[in-house]
Ligand binder design. Sequence first.
Ligand SMILES: *[C@@H]1O[C@H](CO)[C@@H](O)[C@H](O)[C@H]1NC(C)=O
Ligand SMILES: *[C@@H]1O[C@H](CO)[C@@H](O)[C@H](O)[C@H]1NC(C)=O
Ligand SMILES: *[C@@H]1O[C@H](CO)[C@@H](O)[C@H](O)[C@H]1NC(C)=O
Ligand SMILES: *[C@@H]1O[C@H](CO)[C@@H](O)[C@H](O)[C@H]1NC(C)=O
Ligand SMILES: CC(=O)N[C@H]1CO[C@H](CO)[C@@H](O)[C@@H]1O
Length: 346
Amino acid sequence: MSDEDTASILIIGGGGVGTIVALNLECGRRAKVTLVLRSNFDRVSQDGFSIRSVDHGNLTGWQPHKVVKKVPAIVNGTSAFDFVVCCTKNIPDFGPSIGDIVQPAVTLGQTTIVLIQNGLNIELPLVEQFPQNTILSGVSFMGSHELEAGVIEHDFEDKLVVGAFQNVSVDAELSSAQARDFVARYSAGGKTVCEYAVDANRSRWEKLVYNATMNPICAVLRTDTATLRLSNSIENLVRPAMEEIRAAASANGYNLDAFIAQRMIDMDPMEIFFKPSMCMDALKGNLIEFENLVGEPLRAGKKHGVAMPVLTVIYDMCKMLQWQLKATREGRSQEDMLKVYHSSKP
Ligand SMILES: *[C@@H]1O[C@H](CO)[C@@H](O)[C@H](O)[C@H]1NC(C)=O
Ligand SMILES: *[C@@H]1O[C@H](CO)[C@@H](O)[C@H](O)[C@H]1NC(C)=O
Ligand SMILES: *[C@@H]1O[C@H](CO)[C@@H](O)[C@H](O)[C@H]1NC(C)=O
Ligand SMILES: *[C@@H]1O[C@H](CO)[C@@H](O)[C@H](O)[C@H]1NC(C)=O
Ligand SMILES: CC(=O)N[C@H]1CO[C@H](CO)[C@@H](O)[C@@H]1O
């Protein structure tokens, strides 16, 4: 553990969002950041990051306190880290779980785990795996991506909402104090907006009005949000899907305002023909985050009897798209696929 004023923070994931989170925490001088990199490790450990940021200006050769290639394991039961922050994509239908990824660096009952990821209910598996640790829920509104290894373009201002995820076995006051502490450290540089929220679920639902609808529809069609508007697909497809999310949010205790669908429809300037993140992932052949962005809100709505026919179709389209992406990545042949199909039949 480090002294009171400088927390030792491990950040997992040094892509668009994780790198800016690291940069912002270090610029406040109340955090010493170790950043876990994967594909860009060689490039960054040699030359540092090249960053073009709306909040921080242009930097070349930037590195946090330390970069590492894999999640460091705790030594002799004491964690070197006050916070472990996860900024990776969250794809529960593939690969190791987020809990297993953070696990080596977490001291039970001590380390605070922060998720800065998209989607609903992503905290639940962590609460189950680490019932004695504080889990913080972070919702980021920044726009930032990696153009090539180690080159980051941060073009939409950082705004982060952080709240404690409540669990009976962790003292509520302690966990909200930890949320406020993280917010203070994140705000210390004075270059970004970071807000404490009693309940970050509300921000998650708000984001889903866009991310469970426009985002997957663009991914399935490999198109942009301007094209959805130009082709008159809003009234029969996009808006009804958005209203289903609003109804599901309301059934779960979060009343979103009546104009939120229109705001989300108008959000991206037409001129930029914006392709949302899931579409970019599909175009690059990466897997999509559809379970937490579409599946969870769908299940949460249905649990309360909300009719969600449009979201159900979007969800199944995503399932097919994910299946296609996996088959391509794994180079499965049609013959192999049929073999699996026939052998799984009774
Ligand atoms: C950063 O670099 C870009 C070109 O790469 C330039 O257009 C922009 O003005 C620079 N911004 C600052 C704050 O220096
Ligand atoms: C861990 O504990 C063992 C036994 O107490 C000790 O020999 C070793 O030096 C410790 N390692 C570190 C890195 O502190
Ligand atoms: C807290 O975590 C425990 C252990 O996983 C779980 O049984 C319990 O339901 C959780 N409580 C809340 C309020 O989420
Ligand atoms: C957020 O929603 C989940 C269920 O989806 C619930 O367990 C949790 O208590 C809610 N609120 C907070 C502050 O965590
Ligand atoms: C992962 C994801 O879907 N992110 C998108 C969520 O919505 C914002 C806009 O609110 C997009 O910028 C992200 O790409």
